[in-house]
Write a protein that binds this ligand. Structure first.
Ligand SMILES: Nc1nc2c(ncn2[C@@H]2O[C@H](COP(=O)(O)OP(=O)(O)O)[C@@H](O)[C@H]2O)c(=O)[nH]1
Ligand SMILES: [Mg+2]
Length: 231
């Protein structure tokens, strides 16, 4: 039986990139369920999403009434996934859906339960990182690894791919970007077979719409500790 892929896309004020990223996801060679969660965007996102949902049967669109953060958007999206494999896709164009075959391979070959796409393993291309952003990423990954005893190179990556059974057990609680360490801690506790693959990355600068900042780093550290000790 062919694999069905559920893509969960959290969307907050992404009117500039939304159509292009949706088209890129739908162009991948898989049977797709694309679950889009609009996190109460204040730009034209809602209108674009409602139109796209009419144009493409693969799309399911859900709207939050108030803005709650990426974690909350993922929690909503995860309620509706029905595929064999679940993949998280941000709505900007930093990550390339052309990497799906690479990301899915360890799962399709039966070796992995979870695959992380790493921006630090030498993908086909990677935009030079902002130095402090890079350092923050490495530091958060290091601290997360100390608690999970996994040796990831990119804990914060958007590209997290997992079998449906793993997705259904995750029970995401974090509303903010703390969702990345939360998922990682839970995946480690489930003793999943975790793989990494190199991916391409065309990072945005802050004036291009990047939103994550220093505050999120502190929230992430707290989340690493909290989800390590959570029962
Ligand atoms: N920043 C932010 N992103 C959100 C929120 N809700 C959903 N998202 C989506 O989460 C994804 C990651 O956000 P982004 O700002 O690109 O994070 P970054 O690339 O790590 O700086 C994007 O698809 C956003 O549209 C929110 O409240 N704030
Ligand atoms: Mg982004």
């Amino acid at each position: 039986m062919p694999m069905k892929l559920s893509v969960v896309m959290p969307v907050y004020n992404e009117e500039k990139t939304l159509e292009e990223i949706v088209a890129a996801v739908l162009a991948t060679p898989y049977e797709i369920q694309l679950v889009l969660v609009n996190d109460a965007s204040r730009d034209g996102t809602r209108k674009i999403l409602d139109r796209l949902a009419l144009e493409h049967d693969e799309l399911e669109v859900y709207h939050h009434d108030i803005n709650m953060g990426k974690g909350a958007a993922l929690a909503t999206g995860f309620k509706y996934v029905r595929g064999d494999v679940v993949l998280i896709q941000d709505a900007d164009l930093e990550y390339d859906p052309g990497d799906y075959p690479l990301l899915l391979r360890p799962i399709l070959e039966g070796k992995a339960d979870v695959v992380y796409g790493s921006r630090f393993l030498g993908g086909a291309y990677v935009r030079v990182h902002l130095f402090w952003h890079y350092l923050g990423n490495r530091l958060l990954t290091l601290v997360s690894n100390m608690f999970t005893n996994l040796n990831l190179t990119d804990m914060e990556t958007c590209y997290k791919v997992m079998k449906i059974e793993v997705a259904q057990k995750l029970d995401i609680q974090s509303r903010t970007f703390a969702v990345e360490p939360e998922m990682t801690a839970k995946i480690a506790k489930m003793r999943c077979r975790v793989f990494e693959v190199p991916i391409s990355y065309a990072g945005r600068d802050y004036d291009e719409g990047k939103k994550i900042g220093l505050k999120d780093a502190f929230i992430a550290i707290w989340a690493i500790v909290r989800w390590h000790f959570a029962g």
